[in-house]
Design a protein around this ligand. Sequence first.
Ligand code: HGY
Ligand code: MN
Ligand code: MN
Length: 435
Amino acid sequence: MALARSGATVERDRLRASFDGVWGDLAGVGRDPRSGGYDRFSWTGVDLGLREWFVAEATRRGLEVEVDRNGNQWAWWGAPADGAVVTGSHLDSVPGGGAFDGPLGVVSALLAVDALRASGLAPERPLAVVNFVEEEGARFGLACLGSRLMTGAVDAGHALSLTDDDGTSLADAMSAAGHAPEHVGLDEAALARIGVFVELHVEQGVHLALGEESVGVASAILPHGRWHFCFEGEGNHAGTTRLVDRHDPMLPFAEAVGAARRLADEAQAVTTFGRVRVDPNGTNAIPSRVDAWLDARGADEVGIVRLVDDLRRVAEEAAAGHGVRLTVTNDSFTPVVEFDASLSDRLRSSLGAASIAAPTLPTAAGHDAGILAARVPTAMLFVRNPTGISHSPHEHADASDCVDGVEALTVVLRDLLTESLEVVSDRGVPAEAAR
Ligand code: HGY
Ligand code: MN
Ligand code: MN
């Protein structure tokens, strides 16, 4: 005779099947079948497919979908109102990215809504699932574009004039995708609607993998920034131009790459030149110009700024030695983010009450939650990544850990939807949010 299965096991199996189903629907969107990596860039056809998927999933659940002035999508359970509980993440990717960075937070949010509803929960306030536009900055260069615009952390005119590699501006890309760019910018009404924001994300490191638990709570995001190094030299023939006559921008760039690594070692920081554009990019042509983007991160803001200043000096000296002009521009800088301590404590205690042990960990990866943290109480949950690999087709999380993540998010949201939000903030919860 078959043993009776417990209600909890049946529930978990159901959740696992829902996860597999929703995850499977997304799996092919924007995937390069050769590398297995994802190219999901904002306002492209692939992105519009993802946005349609979001609307379809929300509609299937009877959630009302709104698009804010900056193009971020919101799916509402309950009438939209100030002081809501908000969860979600982003659906875009880096070039050749993994499946989990971003989508895991959106999918988990939708499944948590299902679980809360199935349990018969009567929320005291509305909940919204959000999909933020271009978190990775892969198309227009500015990470957390949707949340930065919403919070006024970037000037709207500047953002709209950013261009992609084909020279298309954000304004034109938005218009072509059917979103009016005129109203882009600081959106106090959208911010007032966020009583708290909780983002679930795959871990981009091995903190959890080295321990026993599948889910963790974020403590902080380390400072990080991006700088554009533009080396302008003189294009010429690769065969006929004597070495002494060359102004080859590739040479000072190469020195800058080596120096960035050396200076990072010294400063206990990390630096990466991960994106390079070479003009005209011909094997038999000396480049006329090299554009390269530096990503620099570390525990100490002043240390990062000093490191980049030192690097700029090395690169300038190298450029001068080759008769090359160098300009360095800071594209973005995000200071350290300490997540709202009382909200994170509250997450840990609701998880503890549900017998879910969740260690606390910092991260060197940026998130929309880090941008929102300047304005609203914000927290993050991380799901174990067995190898720590991210921003790569090899990024992975086991389905059973993903289900743990949905369960943890459900526990946290249940508490935030039914108990007072009053205690959560040292940054001020909108009055409407407090009961
Ligand atoms: O670049 C980052 O840290 C990211 O994962 N958005
Ligand atoms: Mn990422
Ligand atoms: Mn992400």
